[in-house]
Design a protein around this ligand. Structure first.
Ligand code: PLP
Length: 422
């Protein structure tokens, strides 16, 4: 039996209707921006394997540091014990994050990083004697993960549909624009002291359709929240570690959030790890002789030393001047390509932030066309050795920073060709 056939017998894949799923492609090796299948076919990983891989696959520096850590200390319980990789990573992250971040709480992935952020905010208010502050504000098209709390603060969609009645109520707001910003601020003012926190993906909403909005508008929303003491959570799980052109998207803001959620690029895409960081104000609200004020949250693999070692190695690479230069190079090449195709009749919209390029396919009013289009596009690029996973009619490139100019050009050319063929 081939690997694909053995897979079909025993595996249930994520986000996949298993009834009519295409055979899953058996990948045997990764190197740089490329993945190789069993037959030796090469694919450009143009979506960084679900947005996690920032420095390329099987990076030798990360591999070396992970291997070293594995034979020194693979794991240790993180309550009552600590270790160098966790402490050093916290020190380095806090130094790099914008604003006044002071403490790092480790978890396993982006969803759990969000769960912890929400718990920190809700318990902040209960610990400080404001039990009525339980409302949460989030964007209508937000995506914050697949666990129940994270689902609750995400937009309602076909992903959440079977669970909607079990999700807690959230005050959803539209993405800010020049036109509605005053209205959004009024809504926050109106809700004011019932609200525990506002959670947002800064400037780019990922799974909700790679939607983009202005940092200056986010600044105004955060400022309005701060006026009422509403805590703010920046979910930088996707935008963190250089994706939007700076180390963190929030670097470009005037205001600074109280909490950051990080994962995805944290380990360079090598293995799962999440962190939730907070400022002193939040941390201090949990300090008490009263045991009930403790943050009772943890995971078996909290602060896994090998994952921390991978993250430290990934940070080494991220902080090299070459990496920032690569990010700028991708950004300007994307800009040039966006300008080139923006007037194509099949292009409804092109938008771009940092290393993310988004192209919305024109579908007219034909919804049957839309449902077939996604798979058609996916297969079109796959056949040509490019991994892109369109969100419906929204095609995006989100590559590892080491992608070469030649590979970028090949992707652009193939997109151009697809615009004419499909
Ligand atoms: C992917 C993502 C998450 C969830 O992270 P997982 O590691 O998949 O649980 C949360 N927030 C944002 C913005 C994301 O893009």
């Amino acid at each position: 039996m081939s690997l694909t056939e053995r897979d079909q017998k025993v595996i249930w894949h994520p986000y996949t209707q298993m009834k009519n799923a295409l055979p899953h492609i058996p990948i045997v090796r990764g190197e740089g921006v490329y993945l190789f299948d069993e037959d030796g076919k090469k694919y450009i990983d143009a979506v960084s394997s679900w947005w996690v891989n920032i420095h390329g696959h099987a990076h030798p520096h990360i591999a070396k540091k992970v291997a070293e850590q594995l034979s020194v200390l693979e794991h240790v319980i993180f309550a009552g014990f600590t270790h160098e990789p966790a402490v050093l990573l916290a020190e380095r992250l806090l130094a790099l994050l914008p604003g006044d971040q002071e403490k790092v709480f480790y978890t396993d992935n982006g969803s759990t990083a969000v769960e912890v952020a929400l718990k920190m905010c809700l318990q902040f208010w209960s610990n400080t004697g404001h039990k009525g502050r339980t409302k949460i504000i989030a964007f209508k098209e937000a995506y914050h993960g697949d666990t129940f709390g994270a689902m609750s603060v995400s937009g309602r969609s076909i992903f959440t549909d079977p669970f909607n009645s079990m999700l807690f109520d959230v005050e959803f707001i539209d993405l800010p624009t020049e036109k509605n910003i005053e209205q959004l601020k009024s809504k926050i003012n109106y809700l004011s002291n019932e609200v525990a926190c506002f959670i947002f993906e800064p400037m780019v909403l990922g799974a909700g359709g790679m939607l983009m909005y202005e940092g200056q508008h986010l600044d105004q929303l955060i400022e309005t929240c701060q006026k009422h003491g509403i805590l703010t959570i920046a979910d930088e799980v996707m935008t963190g570690f250089g994706r939007t052109g700076t180390y963190f998207a929030c670097e470009t803001l005037q205001t600074k959030p109280d909490i950051f959620c990080l994962s995805k690029g944290l380990t360079g895409g090598t293995m799962p790890l999440g962190v939730t960081t907070c400022n002193q104000k939040i941390f201090d609200a949990f300090l008490s002789d009263d045991k009930l004020k403790t943050l009772y949250h943890g995971h078996s693999f909290t602060a896994n030393p090998v994952a921390c070692a991978a993250s430290l190695a990934s940070l080494d690479i991220l902080l090299k001047p070459e990496t920032l230069a690569n990010i700028q190079r991708i950004k300007s090449k994307n800009e040039a390509f966006a300008a080139e195709i923006k007037d194509h009749p099949k292009v409804r919209d092109v938008r771009q932030t940092g290393t993310i390029l988004v192209l919305e396919w024109e579908t007219g009013n034909d919804t049957s066309y839309l449902s077939g289009l996604r798979n058609q596009l996916y297969l079109y690029f796959l056949e040509r050795g490019i991994i892109l996973r369109p969100l419906g009619n929204i095609l995006y490139i989100l590559p590892p920073y080491i992608i070469s100019d030649e590979d970028l050009e090949y992707i652009y050319q193939t997109i151009h060709q697809a615009l004419n063929d499909i």
